[in-house]
Design a protein around this ligand. Sequence first.
Ligand SMILES: Cc1cc2nc3c(=O)[nH]c(=O)nc-3n(C[C@H](O)[C@H](O)[C@H](O)COP(=O)(O)O)c2cc1C
Length: 322
Amino acid sequence: MIPDDIFLKIVRSAVKAPSAHNTQPWLFKKKDDGFCIIPDFSRSLPVADPEQRELFISLGCAAETAMIAAGFYGYRTVLNINAFSTDFSIKISLQKDDTVEHPELFSYINVRQTTRNHYADKPILSEDIAALKNVGDGITIRFFIGQNEIQQFSPFVAEANAIQMSNPKFKKELIQWVCFSEKEAMQKGDGLYTACSGMPAMGRMFGSFAFKNFVTVRSENKRLISQLENTAAVAIFTTPGNELEHWVKTGMVFQRFALTATKLGLNHSYINSPCQIPQVRDRMMNDLGLDGFPQLLIRLGYSQKMPFSFRRRINDVILKVS
Ligand SMILES: Cc1cc2nc3c(=O)[nH]c(=O)nc-3n(C[C@H](O)[C@H](O)[C@H](O)COP(=O)(O)O)c2cc1C
């Protein structure tokens, strides 16, 4: 049995992982020889993520973070994905081993963030691109560097954004997950805190009204295209298939990528909408000659950090052992 304090420390790190809309769709359950990460489907996004693809990517991010933390506390880890039964879970078995090297990426778990501002017009060193590509491990990470290459994504981003933002159900779901003030974000401990996207604090009533009426296809398009114009590189993560295991694996690789980028002083954010709409995704695969399913579209570059997002209390994500 792993000690309770070690389990709590690992969970405390794991919940720092990114998740779509900051839903934090995970629950942790201690086991005799480790712990399980279980999806919390009550936190899924039926409109934005009907296949729950991004939910499972988020679980992969949490699993990778948990394993890095376990390594830091001197445990060897074995991962087992139980994807074949209706009770999906990611089992992480732990074995104490004093020879385990402290993973360097552990120090970056608390400082990684999704940074949604403009990035400097400063190229990324080729050795840093190589280091980021290196975390791939079965997932292809292809880079598009410089504005000529990056602008190839603009039509796909614009089209996917138009489909999403003109769907009232998409907007309604999004607004449900937005926290319009620091107080609301701290109290809820989840969701998209407006300050993380550079938006001013507003009350929920005014904020919902402003979102409904002023955040439009046009305004979002302008924001996303301007983000693309102020980006040093874009990385696209593709997988050979589009099944649950590919999604979890994408999350694991992506979290290593995000922590490595943080270590290199690089910020990142998502321009994912073309991966979220199947018809746009398929065209992007064809037109850009991608050799797999696009799972994540990530921008990279140098900028100031933004405010950090919040997390739920640890007690709320731990399932009691019955
Ligand atoms: C699978 C996945 C998809 C995401 N998609 C988007 C996105 O389309 N746009 C965006 O701004 N952020 C996106 N995010 C980032 C989350 O909103 C972010 O991780 C969450 O708000 C927590 O913030 P943090 O990453 O700064 O800790 C995504 C994250 C994950 C894991």
